[in-house]
Design a protein around this ligand. Structure first.
Ligand SMILES: [Zn+2]
Length: 119
């Protein structure tokens, strides 16, 4: 049983075998158990539900852990393993979150999903 981890039109930058994390608004991903297998999906447009034929599978991963808290309190060590290398900078990450989710405030709850890339 796989969960689809969707990136909207950006690649998964971490190498196979490496540990990375993705920052998602809200607490949904904090409810997905450690050990869950992931399909790493690169989707051309944001969508809900199952991926379509034009969504690209870039590999698999497995959830190692989560951190849930306020956006403004994201630990630097987690920012440092962002799976989008260009977003390992708080200002860049904030702008990407704004594009993806609309306005994002320091007090908004986010989940950092930590995973190992297996393929
Ligand atoms: Zn998709």
């Amino acid at each position: 049983m796989y969960e689809s981890l969707k990136n909207i039109d950006h690649s998964f930058d971490i190498a196979v075998g490496d540990v990375g994390c993705t920052i998602r608004k809200g607490d949904h991903w904090s409810t997905i158990p450690v050990g869950t297998d992931l399909l790493l999906m690169n989707c051309s447009v944001g969508h809900r539900g199952p991926c379509a034929a034009d969504c690209i599978n870039e590999g698999t991963g497995r959830i190692l852990g989560h951190w849930k808290g306020e956006f403004g309190k994201l630990p630097p060590a987690l920012l440092g393993i962002e799976h989008n290398v260009s977003a390992r900078n708080f200002d860049v990450l904030r702008e990407m979150m704004r594009v993806g989710y609309g306005d994002i405030a320091d007090g908004d709850i986010i989940t950092a999903l930590v995973y190992v890339r297996n393929s």
